[in-house]
Design a protein around this ligand. Structure first.
Ligand SMILES: [Zn+2]
Length: 172
């Protein structure tokens, strides 16, 4: 059985560069951001960049199902704040659509945080609703939950992410 191993690589300068960066470290799988992970709004991926990504991926021998985009750190589908929730909903759908456009099969996301303002159960119900909504508007992309073991409050968790040089994992 082939084992797949990789890292979260930079897509700076275009998503195709992630392929080259993964290749350079000898990876046969990789994670990437398909948009600015610290911004709510991103320009759509140009068709040329999408086509280039797909062609290069095949050319360099990567399987689309071994590429795992990671969503923006700002997105919180469990947010008790209506404005943040609306922004998160739009950004999450955009992330899922980008994955689909690139011919990828998964999107790695952080489930979100209730920020201690609503119950965990309400928060989880909301996240499930939001994920289902995005799934109903896209095709062929699975939303992959990234578990975290840190403090449930987002602030703490993000600090932990930075401190540990957090990188999404690919599990096959
Ligand atoms: Zn993550």
């Amino acid at each position: 059985m082939t084992k797949y191993i990789g890292a979260h690589v930079s897509a700076s300068g275009g998503v195709g560069n992630a392929i080259l960066n993964a290749e350079a470290i000898g990876a046969n799988a990789f994670a990437l951001f398909t948009r600015n992970q610290r911004s709510w709004v991103s320009k759509p991926l140009p068709q040329l960049e999408i086509d280039g990504f797909k062609a290069l991926l095949i050319d360099r021998g990567f399987k689309p199902e071994m590429v795992l985009p990671h969503d923006s750190y700002l997105i919180n589908l469990g947010s008790p704040d209506e404005e943040t929730l609306q922004k998160s909903r739009a950004a999450f759908l955009d992330e899922m659509q980008r994955a689909q456009q690139l011919g990828l099969t998964m999107l790695n996301f952080h489930p979100g945080s209730h920020l201690n303002k609503v119950s965990e159960e309400e928060c989880l119900d909301q996240i499930a609703r939001e994920v289902n909504l995005a799934l109903s508007k896209t095709e062929g992309v699975t939303a992959v939950i990234e578990n975290t073991q840190q403090d449930r409050r987002r602030d703490g968790r993000d600090r932990e992410h930075r401190r540990t040089g957090h990188q999404p994992r690919l599990e096959v």
